[in-house]
Design a protein around this ligand. Structure first.
Ligand SMILES: Cc1cc2nc3c(=O)[nH]c(=O)nc-3n(C[C@H](O)[C@H](O)[C@H](O)COP(=O)(O)OP(=O)(O)OC[C@H]3O[C@@H](n4cnc5c(N)ncnc54)[C@H](O)[C@@H]3O)c2cc1C
Length: 426
């Protein structure tokens, strides 16, 4: 067997790549892990302190993701700036159906959390500093050649090109993955013909730790509790889907008029909208691959699946996939199999496939069901929302989906040795 420069090469040090690096360091400390990241981000270049910012972009973490971060020994720090979601309110503008989920009904302190991406990145980097993970940044993976028992990767940086060999390349370079395209993975792409507008907003009433999912005739929107975990404040993180005409129109308005437009769409459950912060927007496309593995290569995170952000499932699904991959690597190491062998990677894919297919279907059907104006469908969905409220079984199923407990989850015990697989299907 050839002696490689490293064992696992991770292309991309975003949330998925950095979390995988930490999970590997915790579970299989004997492996050499190298992360290659285009941006000049690295554990060594950390700011000394964290100042939450009004315009920070955030992610809704399901309860199941909290359990994974606990297993990685990261939750205690992360929870310092993670706002709990104690209630979820789902409604349909102009129709009678609505449903409400409460953490207390599930004997839990929260259904999920909202954490700023920058804070999650900082927590991950601080933990990675304590590990032997090697960080190459700024640098990018520009090419990959398969070897009989691994991969040869070309790294480009300001110092020129060099090669690195490893047992396996994990592609975590995001939704617009250049490597996925270069390596010829087939992507199933469906445009929603909508854009997501992201901003933080101020309201006259407190969010009371409630996440609102509101479906309107012009597209769905979500308002998530944002800010201090200890005091229910008046800031919410907005994800608003609009077609391109409505987006251009909204962006041309003054802040006051934008607040009014939002008020018309969302209603008064959070009182008056008093400010909309910096707006960013993204075209919405569902991207999934059918096959996420090749000899020596595996796609993870957004490179494997990019979902509609309103359902808040993308990173949560990615996390469960990363844990499944780590578990597969652990078993392969025990059985002395090469980590990049197609047998090992296909076993990972089979382990994760049901979860990813169900989650993609769940978030896609939610958007399509609520994105239609046909009376027969709107009546059925209102009845569905009412039914969720009336039928405890259906409501529990929906709550478990929202909490990220609907699929398989590999738990890494804090000791870093024993890993148990939970099958949370009901
Ligand atoms: C508007 C919006 C809201 C969202 N809200 C939620 C939510 O509430 N809950 C949820 O679960 N998910 C949410 N998501 C999804 C979530 O943000 C992603 O799933 C998550 O960020 C996964 O990131 P990633 O690491 O796969 O990709 P990215 O964050 O895109 O990271 C990819 C990294 O790879 C680097 N890179 C690229 N090419 C190369 C290369 N060739 N070599 C080396 N490095 C490279 C990039 O610099 C980047 O740092 C949302 C997404 C969007 C767009």
């Amino acid at each position: 067997m050839i002696k490689h420069d490293t064992d696992i090469i991770i292309a991309g040090g975003g949330l998925a790549g950095a979390t995988l690096a930490l999970a590997l360091a915790r579970t299989l400390p004997q492996l050499r892990v190298t992360v290659v990241e285009t941006f000049p981000l690295s554990p060594e270049a950390l700011p000394d302190s964290y100042q939450p910012s009004y315009d920070a972009r955030s992610t809704a973490l399901a309860w199941g993701s909290r359990l994974i971060f606990e297993e990685l020994g990261l939750w205690q720090r992360l929870s310092e700036h993670a706002t709990p979601i104690r209630h979820i309110h789902v409604s349909d503008r102009g129709h009678f159906g609505a449903t409400r989920l409460d953490a207390a009904d599930h004997q839990q302190e929260a259904l999920g959390y909202v954490a700023d991406n920058r804070w999650m990145g900082l927590c991950l980097m601080r933990e990675l500093l304590q590990t032997s993970v090697v960080w190459e940044a700024p640098a990018e993976v520009t090419d990959m050649q398969p070897l009989p028992d691994g991969v040869r990767v070309t790294l480009g940086s300001k110092n020129g090109e060099r090669e690195l060999t490893g047992q396996c390349l994990v592609v975590a370079d995001g939704g617009r993955s250049g490597l996925r395209e270069k390596l010829g993975f087939r992507v199933d792409e469906q445009a929603y013909d909508q854009h997501a507008l992201i901003a933080n907003v101020s309201t006259s009433s407190s969010h009371n730790y409630t996440a609102y999912e509101r479906f309107t005739d012009a597209g769905p929107m979500a308002l998530l509790p944002h800010g201090s975990p200890r005091r229910a404040g008046n800031t919410a993180a907005l994800v608003w889907t609009l077609d391109s005409g409505a987006l251009d129109d909204l962006l041309s308005l003054s802040n006051e008029d934008r607040c009014q437009r939002l008020q018309q769409r969302f209603g008064w459950r959070l009182g008056r909208f008093t400010r909309i912060g910096e707006c960013s927007h993204y075209p919405l496309t569902l991207k999934t691959v059918d096959e996420s593995v090749r000899p020596g290569v595996v796609l993870v995170g957004n490179a494997a699946h990019t979902l509609h952000p309103v359902a808040g499932q993308g990173f949560n699904l990615a996390l469960r996939g990363l844990m499944a991959l780590v578990e597969q690597f652990r078993m392969a190491t025990e059985q002395q199999q090469p980590l990049g062998s197609l047998q090992v990677l296909k076993a990972y894919q089979a382990r994760h496939r049901q979860d990813w297919q169900q989650t993609v279907r769940f978030s896609d059907s939610l958007i399509r069901l609520f994105g239609t104006h046909l009376p027969v469908v709107t009546t059925a969905r209102d009845a569905g929302l009412m039914g969720l409220d009336l039928l405890p079984g259906a409501k529990r199923w929906f709550a478990r989906k929202a909490m990220g407990l609907g699929g398989r989850r590999a738990d890494i015990r804090a000791s870093g040795t024993a890993i148990t697989e939970h099958n949370n299907h009901e």
